[in-house]
Design a protein around this ligand. Structure first.
Ligand code: CTP
Length: 396
């Protein structure tokens, strides 16, 4: 049997990107031979095995044939006769369809290296259209690689449009859409993911709640309503601003980017989107809170002490200070605020929270009060503290 390194690891090594999870293809072998060698079978739909020592994935070279709609309608054929070239041909993009042999030779039958040099995301074969997840994958790779100058090949763009207009895209299940979207939010330029989906018509189908938001923005621009246009921040601009103030590939920062993206969307639409895609609770809570509170957070500098306290309470900031920090980042990720304005608002609210949270009532006083009275006493003490803070700031 022969073993080849394939897919993302070969692509990323050629791009000089950090080491990647490694996938291997095994040619000229059988499941029985691999199991005798101590490999553990894990694939349900096709033959994938884990290496006994490294735990890396080894897949038998295979052919795939479309037999029905959707990404489940595949027939997989594997046998020792399937060649490496055939296995590479069923893959999505040429840059993902290269292999490295044990002696270090690059095997590149579909021009992946050339496309890497030309910075092109190009499909390998017309079989690309058989797997609708690829529309999302290509948009996600564009979000990751566009900073390196990558763009979509025109013929691949056409195929993606065809996959939308032919209805193939409708076969995607919500879990797959969310999984790709969540990963795309963690990429260097998540707005590119949305751009590409909008361009091929998939956004309106896969994320209709969001598309409405974009359509509304365009309608506003068309109507040339400058007063509204200055306060309306497009979803794509918000997620780009969020990407600048958050880390890539972090689940927590992913929730900040998701919330920033939806900050101008109606609450019912956010709820509908989250239910449909089964978005995890922490993402959903932060998105709803951000959409509710971001207009007030954007005006943090002009709120009086009572309004500031109300905002801190509505954000549950006393009990959840860490989430409050995430909320500030998401709500302030607006392209109409420069870095200085963003930092000033975040600092004003962080200082207000610190001051109000430091209020401690004497033990004797607390023991004489019931629950609601304790809350009211805290409230007025916090209000007093915030008023004092504001008057100190006015003096300085
Ligand atoms: N692949 C494909 N079509 C899919 C999924 C995967 O052709 N729908 C192929 C590609 O050749 C890809 C390889 O399987 O390179 C491994 O897939 P995966 O691990 O999902 O992606 P990577 O390319 O390794 O990228 P990432 O850096 O996002 O993990």
């Amino acid at each position: 049997m022969q073993v080849y390194l394939v897919g993302g690891a070969v692509r990323d090594e050629l791009l000089g990107l950090p080491a990647h999870e490694r996938d291997w293809v095994v040619v000229g072998s059988t499941p029985e031979e691999l199991q005798r060698g101590g490999y553990r079978a894990v694939g349900r739909e096709f033959p994938v095995f884990l290496h006994p020592d490294t735990g890396e994935e080894y897949a038998l070279a295979r052919l795939e044939r479309k037999t029905g709609p959707g990404y489940r309608g595949f027939e997989t054929r594997f046998s020792p006769e399937v060649t490496l070239e055939q296995d590479l041909q069923r893959r999505d993009l040429t840059i993902n369809a290269m292999a490295r042999s044990p002696d270090g030779r690059l095997i590149d039958p579909y021009g992946g290296r050339h496309d890497l040099e030309q910075r092109l995301l190009r499909h390998v074969s017309p079989a690309f259209v058989e797997d609708p997840v690829r529309v999302l994958r290509v948009a996600r790779f564009a979000a990751r690689l566009c900073a390196l100058g990558f763009r979509l090949a025109p013929e691949t763009r056409e195929l993606m449009r065809f996959m939308v207009s032919s209805g193939e895209i409708n076969a995607l299940v919500p879990e797959r859409v969310w999984r790709e979207m969540q990963r795309a939010l963690g990429e260097a330029d998540p707005a590119v993911f949305l751009d590409i989906l909008e361009d091929c018509g998939a956004l309106a189908i896969l994320l209709p709640e969001l598309n409405w938001d974009e359509a509304a923005r365009k309608a506003l621009q068309r109507a040339a309503a400058p007063a509204l246009a200055t306060t309306e921040v497009p979803a794509a601009a918000r997620v780009s601003a969020a990407a600048r103030v958050s880390a890539a590939h972090s689940a927590i920062d992913g929730s900040v980017r998701f919330a920033a993206l939806l900050a101008g969307t109606a609450l019912e639409r956010i709820t509908a989107l989250c239910e449909r895609l089964r978005v995890p609770n922490d993402y959903r809570e932060l998105a709803l809170l951000t959409a509710r509170l971001q207009p007030r957070i954007a005006h943090a500098g002009t709120l009086d002490a009572a309004a500031t306290l109300e905002l801190l309470e509505a954000a549950d900031a006393f009990r959840r200070p860490d989430r409050f920090q995430l909320l500030l980042r998401a709500a302030l990720a607006r392209s109409d605020l420069d870095d200085a304005a963003r930092t000033a608002r975040a600092a004003a609210l962080a200082a207000a929270l610190a001051a109000a949270a430091a209020v401690a009532l004497p033990h004797d006083q607390l023991t004489q009060l019931n629950g609601p009275a304790i809350a009211a006493t805290y409230r007025s003490a916090r209000l007093e503290r915030l008023e004092a803070l504001q008057s100190e700031l006015r003096k300085s």
